[in-house]
Design a protein around this ligand. Sequence first.
Ligand code: WTA
Length: 650
Amino acid sequence: MASESITSVLKEKRQFKPKKEFAASAHIKSMAEYQRLYKKAEKDPEKFWGDLSKELHWFKPWKKVLQWKLPYAKWFVGGKTNVSYNCLDRHLDTPRKNKAAIIWESESGETRTYTYQQLHREVCRFANVLKGLGIVQGDRVTVYLPMIPELAITLLACARIGATHSVVFAGFSASALRDRINDAGAKLVVTADGGYRKGEVVLLKEKVDEALKEAPSAQKVVVVQRASTPVSMQMERDVWWHDLMKGVSGQCPAAPIDSEHPLFTLYTSGTTGKPKGIVHSTAGYLLGAMITARWIFDLKETDTYWCTADIGWVTGHSYILYGILANGVTTVMYEGAPTYPQPDRLWEIVAKHKVNVFYTAPTAIRALIKLGKEWPEKHDLSSLRLLGTVGEPINPEAWIWYHEVIGKKQCPIVDTWWQTETGAIMITPLPGAIPSKPGSATLPFPGISADVVDRSGKSVPANVGGYLVIKKPWPSMLRGIWGDPERYEKQYWLDIPGAYFTGDGARRDRDGYFWVMGRVDDVINVAGHRLGTMEIESALVSHPVVAEAAVVGRPDDIKGTGIAAFVTLKMGNTPDDGLKETLKKHVGTVIGAIARPDEIRFAEALPKTRSGKIMRRLLRDIAAGVETVGDTTTLEDLSVLARLRQDDES
Ligand code: WTA
């Protein structure tokens, strides 16, 4: 972090107020109600969270809401609860007993539905299997599964007996898996023979075999038969899921688990390349996921809710599984690729299951914009009543497309800012209360004291960019980095005195709305002005031919840093020099000469992580004409890099 503030250039003026009919039946019905809640939580956060915690089932009530010794928090100290019990058992003596908990859609179009009672039985059976394999409270279980119901069942079964799960996204390589198993010291791996992706079978068991050559802690492997491809089963070590489940009892009482017991670790990439195992708690995490899901997605008993993320990411943990099931709502889980077999797969699923609440990522929205609106227009999307986004700043033009083409101008959009580390959504509209502005995540959730500050921790004035921090502990916050307290303190707590530093740059406007400008590592310093890449990208995307843009700095003799923009075009547009000039001019007009790119490069695709975030670090190397030395294991499609380099030479 070099200088004090970041220059903000995005000028977005549009505003969308909650519709009266929506607000009337929403959980939080007006701005006044939001403000009341916010103030109440600010005045006495322990009372606020303490009261809400009564919504959970407790085996033993807590003694103290919060024990805070910066940077270590303990919430609901002395209490005992169980996440699996809260997500399943407590619905069973209500009318939810035979309600769909999970509607699973396979890539080939088959549907499997689990009612709460059926899911409970499967979870109990697998929890008994885990016990039989010698897994006890505190053991770590690495989960390397495709998006199949067994993934949800495994996590809930771990939670039931107090084993800490560690999901590794099934697209990761054997070496990434090996490092994560070793870091966690996992005793067991749960995997499948293979998983379906775009009609092909991805061989998972093979990767586990490879990983386990150098991961001695894992003594057992449970294998789900999903793809019926031949696999080699190692005697003693490898066991089939279906063999283990035969004849196992569907009764397994949920163990009373300490509030602070680690429910899971989840690895996220750091700047150094060594993955960080983010640790989450039991009670605080569940409370955060449950309350945010209820108020932000405005969940109703009758809703069919669908989040398109993979459970390999935190979004899937909090908002496919735990936050949704804790509310007793029906969650849709989709196995496959979003554009398979055709670009309208998502909309086909929305229409088929009459999805009411739909949550996805800006990267998916931009990809769908590129494919054209004829695909969503083929389907009846009238069941939708609320839309959400997460993962990156959403460019205002993409927001408007989502609003008009998918939401038909009828659905509020919740642009939710949060992180793996925060466990739950932190800055977001409450859809019946807070007017939205395209590109802004709007206001902090009650109980979250977010601020934009300078290096010394002082709040910066309105419309000045700075560092996004959280000033008080919150229940679903990370409890540390697995096995590395030093890194935890250094990474999040040393940069800004007394506050949790998110790593993001942001500004607040005069209404107090937060505009996240991206990771501060991505900020570019042009002639002494620090510019957030997101704002220049949004200016590019506001041009009708542009589908997606990524902006990075590159060395410039005169200015120190010049602006290089990588641009992908919507279908049917031809890249040429004239268009390059037009786009440079366009940015100049939209935000001013300071942000005008020095160079535009057209690209077929941009390098992204597997969760869809643009890897600007790699683009910086390409723009500077140097070889990439950093870690590329999280890159989704390596060929994209090669193609970008070829374009460079041509
Ligand atoms: C970015 C995903 C702007 C941000 C839940 C954050 C966002 C990082 C938004 C965390 C949003 C996420 N607007 N930026 N609505 N949501 N981000 O850990 O840079 O995969 O720090 O968690 O994504 O990514 P993670």
